[in-house]
Design a protein around this ligand. Structure first.
Ligand code: SAM
Ligand code: DTB
Ligand code: SF4
Length: 334
């Protein structure tokens, strides 16, 4: 019977080599499969597309912290909430490159630089381009997350050789305005399209634990999977509740629901890197192990994310040892 359910779900989506369209109904059926059937299916797809024991490792750096004009209800860096975070100016290029070098020595293959901006200004672009070039010269993949991006700024970053741009849709279209009012879900999709058009790889995902329903999570993943090309990287964040922010008191996510969401992401986007992103400090090793089995194959390493805590090198080294996981090599990547 469970297999039958799985097969029913399979037949409901249109699939050709060029195009795969998922319906909300099909995705809901998959998400609600018995847990073992869901994980078996997700893991089988994972194994068919990736080395199941290899995990890609990225490192984050906040190159411009706090004072952001946007009102994202989850964020420590929004100027709309009394989070107590001290704002800073754009970091010097040399310092960014020195930090990237340290991250490389710590095992990271991708360096992700984040700025607390609604969107970059023309005057910022020279330094941003120098950061991309400098980090690339270290032999690392580069990623930037700078807010909304125009076609012109996307082209400038593509020329500089930027590999990835991170821009999350965060939740479903329905729930978006409950979390952010200073921009729309459509604005997010427009930036993703600008980035894609410029030839930069897309990193786009969202956050669980903001008071959304299971249907919101499923809808978010269906939106991502149905983009003209699905994102190459899909970060799944668990909300880190920030004191003073709008979502400071949000109820924690059920870890089983979190794993279900990771599994659905793997099934809907078989060739994407699914990143177990923010919130790992509050996750048990067992939950993380289930996420890796369900198809997560990327993490952020290091003691800090942008402003919040992350498990450090020692904890992750222990976890990798216990689970027999290994870092994913740059060149063998799918
Ligand atoms: N300002 C840029 C933007 O919003 O596009 C880039 C930086 S922003 C901090 C990057 C992403 O981090 C957000 O889209 C959100 O998904 C995630 N994030 C931010 N604060 C978080 C928190 N407290 N818990 C979990 N994820 C968070
Ligand atoms: C993403 O999805 N998660 C990262 C990255 N993209 C930029 C950011 C997580 C931020 C967590 C909260 C903080 O450090 O302030
Ligand atoms: Fe600003 Fe990004 Fe934080 Fe939103 S998530 S407040 S855009 S830094």
């Amino acid at each position: 019977m469970p297999e039958m359910l799985g097969e029913t779900a399979d037949t409901d989506h249109v699939s050709t080599d060029a195009l795969e369209t998922w319906t909300l109904l099909t995705a809901e059926k998959i998400y609600n499969l018995p847990f073992n059937d869901l994980l078996f299916r997700a893991h089988s797809i994972h194994r068919a597309n990736f080395d199941p024991n290899a995990v890609q490792m990225s490192r984050l750096l906040s190159i411009k912290t706090g004072g952001c004009a946007e009102d994202c209800g989850y964020c420590s860096q929004s100027a709309h909430y009394p989070t107590g975070l001290k704002a800073s100016k754009l970091m010097e290029v040399e310092r960014v490159i020195a930090e990237a070098q340290k991250a490389k020595e710590g095992g990271a293959t991708r360096y992700c630089m984040g700025a607390a901006w609604r969107s970059p200004k023309d005057r910022d672009m020279e330094a941003i381009v120098a950061m991309v070039r400098g980090v690339k010269a270290l032999g690392m993949e580069t990623c930037m997350t700078l807010g909304m991006l125009s076609p012109a700024h996307s082209a400038t970053l593509a020329d500089a050789g930027l590999d990835y741009y991170n821009h999350n849709i965060d939740t479903s279209e329905r729930f978006y305005s409950d979390i952010i009012t200073t921009r729309t879900f459509a604005d997010r999709l427009e930036t993703l399209s600008n980035v894609r058009e410029a030839g930069i790889k897309v990193c786009a995902g969202g956050i669980l634990g903001m008071g959304e329903t299971a249907q919101d999570r499923i809808s978010m993943l269906v939106t991502l999977a149905n983009l003209p090309s699905p994102p190459e990287s899909v970060p799944i964040n668990m909300l880190i509740p920030i004191p003073g922010s709008k979502l400071a008191d949000a109820a924690p996510v059920d870890p089983i629901d979190f794993v279900r969401t990771v599994a659905l992401a793997r099934i809907l986007m078989p060739k994407s890197h699914v990143r177990l992103s923010a919130g790992r400090t509050e996750m048990s090793d067992e939950t993380q192990a289930l996420c890796f089995f369900a198809g997560a194959n990327s993490i952020f390493i290091g003691e800090t994310l942008l402003t919040a805590d992350n498990p450090g090198e020692d904890h992750d080294a222990g976890l990798f040892r216990r689970l027999g996981l290994k870092p994913m090599e740059l060149e063998s990547r799918a």
